[in-house]
Design a binder for this molecule. Structure first.
Ligand code: GDP
Length: 588
């Protein structure tokens, strides 16, 4: 058979793939359908999905090849001209919860936020700037819990340097590993800060050994990762850390063009009474000035006011500078890219085009192999967990949604996000949730008293949280309740039947000799004749010499009363194999 090679750059449409395979579109759509994907002709399939489908079709002569389209991970840093100028590094501090990320930023920036945060957990991605020896460093503040995985996908590509915080008295933890993996996948430079060295129990060497187990070799040991022991709380060695950040930035020669239309990323957005949309932006190239028109996703606006991270007004923002602006007509999404355009007309048109493109994209949503596997696994008997998510700002809604999606249910439960929104929980939410086993989660929002009453009346659970991981724990718990319980059976003993005294419709009285193990009332028994299974019985009492006893053990003879669900004609010589059965709630 002739070999055929199909090259896939990122993804391929159903139409293209069917033509490349020489199949009819209907046949391909049919195969997709059998695998749980309702596809249209324009739907895009990723490489992995295409290979699974080709496997399903049994096409052994077709080879798929991944075509590399881009080498650089960052979409946000455009090609540089020779007029590009130096820009501050964008640094993300990441690591396990409680290892000191917030404290580090606080000490560096002399601000006080640790105590304000609900449960001490950073909730929103925000940005700060530090001035040091006439140079500037931009810090992105990222949360340190499960939501981190979700948020990082949005803020990821901005980061030049990742500081991995590890507490010297706690060592490498799951989120430390996640941070390491993230930094590597984002192609960011890594600096390790070994924190809390002032603490009793701090062990710098053990922490370094831990880290080297996870692919980070300290310079001291001949590796290439700078590891700086610090105390974020007492300020020890923070100068060294900052110098190292600046040195790394120098080596990386971080630059951006100024002489181009401003562009960057939306890192936070919310509505404020009297101000309308309040949006945090991080400029990646060009200079953003007040009065300019910008487009982000399907919304646009004229920059009305611009504040720096300390809420001081500023007239323009250069690359790597985070600012808060007002003037957007609507809330742009967290992670949206923004660009400056010539005038309002262009802005409106582009926003409209973006909206149409987004609508098309969701109609022809790309199918990834993860979706496919999930659909295959949940195609039959899947259980659905319905949720409505409300949050104070778009960023938190996105984090909650993304983090919920990351809860691994081993394909047994499908998460159905009925709706999401910014603002307090309202009548419409309760209305949508009613009668459908839907949980409404509110993050940093409140529930007006009449809505709470309405929800109680309609039996709609509303849960509000201020800490994301508590919300996630609750959701996980709800999903666990949907899982089928695990059945655990344990073999206990065996009896050979020597006499059958009575068999009735649902009861048996018999006697015999214990060959092994023991038997007690409440044990279950499998009735076996010539290795064939006849049925199951429940032991209700055990007797020895006609007296009720607690048990019979190997070698003893005695009698049993048993309950059955249907009549079983027990005979001499049958075996009773005793066991216990427990059901155990499963966890995710
Ligand atoms: P995050 O969850 O990573 O942001 O951690 P936090 O900055 O909130 O710190 C968690 C706890 O560790 C707080 O009680 C801090 O005061 C404490 N902490 C942070 N850094 C240090 C340090 O260098 N030394 C000591 N002793 N405690 C620290």
């Amino acid at each position: 058979m002739e070999e055929k090679t199909i090259q896939i750059a990122g993804s391929i449409t159903v139409d293209e793939l069917s033509r490349a395979l020489g199949l009819s579109v209907t046949e391909l759509i049919g195969t997709l359908f059998k695998n749980g994907i309702v596809a249209t002709i324009n739907q895009r399939l990723d490489y992995e999905t295409a290979s699974i489908i080709i496997d399903e079709l049994g096409l052994k002569n077709v080879k798929l090849e991944k075509k590399n389209t881009s080498t650089k991970t960052s979409d946000y840093h455009r090609e540089l001209s020779d007029k590009a100028v130096e820009r501050p590094p964008v640094v993300a501090v990441m690591g396990h919860v409680d290892h000191g990320k917030t404290t580090l930023l606080d000490t560096l920036l002399h601000k006080k936020t640790v105590d304000d945060e609900a449960g001490g957990i950073t909730q929103h991605i925000s940005a700060y700037q530090l001035k040091h020896d006439d140079r500037t460093i931009t810090f992105l503040d990222t949360p340190g819990h499960e939501a981190f995985a979700a948020i990082r996908q949005h803020g990821a590509m901005l980061t030049d340097i990742v500081i991995i915080m590890v507490a010297a008295d706690d060592g490498v933890k799951p989120q430390t590993i996640e941070a390491i993996n993230f930094a590597k996948s984002a192609n960011a430079k890594i600096i390790v800060a070994i924190n809390k060295i002032d603490r009793e129990g701090a062990d710098i060497n053990r922490t370094m050994a831990d880290l080297s187990q996870h692919g980070l070799q300290p310079e001291e040991w001949g590796g290439d990762i700078t590891m700086i022991p610090i105390s974020a709380k007492q300020g020890t060695n923070l100068d060294r850390l900052v110098d190292m950040i600046l040195l790394t930035a120098d080596i990386e020669e971080l630059k951006a063009d100024i002489d181009v239309p401003a562009e960057g990323l939306v890192i936070e957005s919310h509505m404020e009474t009297g101000k309308g949309s309040v949006v945090n932006l991080l400029v990646t190239s060009g200079e953003l000035k007040t009065g300019e028109f910008i487009v982000a996703g399907s919304t646009y606006g004229k920059v009305r006011t611009m504040l720096d991270w300390q809420s001081k007004p500023r007239g323009k923002a250069t690359p790597s500078v985070p600012v808060t602006v007002t003037g957007f007509k609507d809330l742009p999404n967290f992670g949206d890219r923004f660009i400056e355009v010539r005038d309002e007309k262009t802005a409106r048109k582009m926003a409209l085009l973006n909206a149409q493109a987004a609508a098309n994209a969701s109609a022809n949503a790309n199918v990834t192999s993860a979706d496919l596997l999930r659909m295959m696994n949940t195609a039959d008997n899947s259980k659905v967990f319905n949720v409505i998510i409300k949050g104070d700002v778009l960023g938190s809604v996105t984090s909650v949604v993304d983090s919920l999606k990351l809860i691994d249910t081993h394909g047994e439960i499908t998460l159905n996000i009925v709706s999401t929104g910014v603002g307090d929980i309202n009548e419409n939410d309760v209305y949508m949730a009613a009668g459908d086993n839907t949980v409404i989660y509110g993050f940093n929002v409140s529930v007006p008293i009449n809505i709470s009453k309405m929800a109680t009346r309609d039996n709609v659970p509303i849960r509000t949280y201020k800490v994301i991981y508590e919300l996630l724990d609750d959701a996980k718990h709800e999903m666990e309740n949907l899982l089928d319980a695990e059945i655990i059976e344990e073999d206990k003993g065996e009896m050979k039947v020597l006499g059958v005294f009575r068999t009735e419709k649902t009861s048996i009285i018999a006697g015999g000799e214990m060959l092994k193990g023991d038997v007690k009332p409440t044990y279950l028994a499998r009735i076996i004749r010539n290795q064939k299974y006849l049925g199951e019985a429940e032991v209700t009492s055990v007797q020895k010499e006609k007296i009720d006893v607690k048990e019979l053990t190997a070698g003893e003879t005695g009698g049993l009363a048993m309950k059955t669900t249907s009549k079983i004609d027990l005979q001499i010589g049958d075996r009773l194999k005793f066991f216990t059965r427990e059901t155990k709630k499963r966890t995710l």
